[in-house]
Design a protein around this ligand. Structure first.
Ligand SMILES: Cc1ncc(COP(=O)(O)O)c(C=O)c1O
Length: 377
């Protein structure tokens, strides 16, 4: 009798417990304390990113939307095939979403898909690095700069993902004006819930710090620049507490080891499945570029996927479908936000993700593969 193979399994990988205990014994448990500063220093040193940690990627996106100054009458481009948070933040500022399609061979929206839907009202483009892999990113960043459009990278799934540009390795999240990361328990690096906003433009930094701290100039006060702090802009409480930061720091310290193991699992899935399944049902060969966040298979139809998932479940293997095209959502329909996005619809109907986490042995991975091949028929 086989044990069940779970879809995801959050784990302690290093000093998380020790660091959380340190916080609990200290006088600093609220936000922007020593652990927060250690997390920020880690991002700067290891990834070259200047970040403000947040309570989630969704709240980092909220900060990005406030910083973009987008307002009613403006539009923004977002992939239809993404999580609702990529769009919600900008909709909450009163802007109208324009949904871009996925490319034919991957769930990502590339530069062609962006250009196909762009209008003069567009103030922001949100790209999503699906599966922790970017698509067309340097070209999209250059085009947005030319057009005077703000680029926000939704890098929720991208911890540990790098690309080479002109021989230089750059971490995802370094290309847009702003970028957002998630540390939700389903991500490679997790603090239960959590996220951060990367700010790649010096001129946005001080306002971002104000928005982060309820719209006050509290940071300037602690630096001795003003003699009292007050309300200077719109903002909210976006900063996480110090226990969350300790949890996160313990995970970040193990990023390379976590990424290496996840990549090895991804590679095992790819090498065996690509030898047996039609190539257009699998992700492109991302063995080099992936951070091993997720591995998917795309069934040729909703009916075929709906027939396969219960059989896999009965064999003790948890596989899950992913996003539902936003332009087909109840909310978009009610608001009259229509789009033609046939490739996004194909991924909505066909795509399902295989278990991928640190609790998997190579035998587990082989058992998943054997079962997928068996149900594929
Ligand atoms: C692309 C994308 N953006 C944003 C989010 C939201 O992340 P969080 O749960 O940290 O708010 C997710 C969640 O999975 C996501 O997949």
């Amino acid at each position: 009798m086989h044990t069940n193979i779970s879809f995801n399994q959050p784990r302690c990988v290093g000093r998380e417990a020790e660091l959380i205990a340190q916080v609990l014994q200290s006088p600093n448990t609220s936000g922007d304390g020593p652990m927060t500063k250690a997390v920020q220093a880690w991002f700067q040193a290891e990834l070259g990113l200047k970040v403000l940690p947040t309570t989630s990627c969704s709240s980092a996106l909220d900060m990005a939307a406030i910083l973009s100054n987008i307002s009613p009458g403006d539009a923004f481009i977002v992939p239809s095939y993404t999580f609702v948070s990529s769009a919600n933040a900008f909709v909450l500022r009163g802007a109208t979403p324009i949904f871009g399609d996925s490319a034919a061979d991957r769930p990502h929206m590339g530069l062609d898909q962006i250009k196909a839907v762009c209008t003069p009202d567009v103030k922001v483009v949100v790209v999503v690095h699906y599966a922790g892999v970017s698509y067309d990113l340097p070209a999209i960043a250059a085009w947005c700069r030319e057009q005077g459009i703000m680029l926000v990278e939704d890098a929720a799934q991208s911890m540990g993902a790098w690309i080479k540009v002109d021989g230089e390795s750059k971490h995802l999240g370094s290309f847009g004006d702003l970028a957002t990361f998630s540390f939700h328990e389903t991500k490679n690096i997790s603090s239960g819930e959590g996220g951060c906003l990367a700010i790649n433009r010096e001129d946005l930094w001080s306002r971002a710090c104000v928005i982060w701290e309820k719209g006050t100039n509290r940071q300037a006060f602690f630096r001795g620049e003003v003699d009292k702090y007050g309300w200077v802009d719109a903002g909210s409480s976006f900063l996480p507490n110090e226990m969350t930061m300790a949890h996160l720091l313990g995970q970040l310290e193990q990023l390379d080891a976590v990424t290496a193991r996840r990549k090895a699992i991804w590679t095992r899935y790819y090498e065996r499945l690509s030898a047996a399944l039609p190539i257009d049902t699998l992700p492109p060969d991302w063995r080099e570029s992936t951070n091993g966040h997720l591995f998917y298979v795309c069934a040729p139809s909703l009916e075929k996927r709906d027939a396969m998932l219960p059989v896999l479940k009965a064999a003790g293997i948890a596989c899950h479908f992913h996003y539902q095209s936003l332009h087909k959502s109840a909310y978009a329909q009610r608001m009259g936000w229509t789009a033609e996005a046939p490739h996004a619809d194909r991924f909505t109907d066909g795509l399902f993700r295989l278990p991928l986490h640190l609790g998997l042995t190579d035998d587990d991975v082989d058992r998943v593969i054997d079962n997928v091949l068996h149900v594929w028929g």
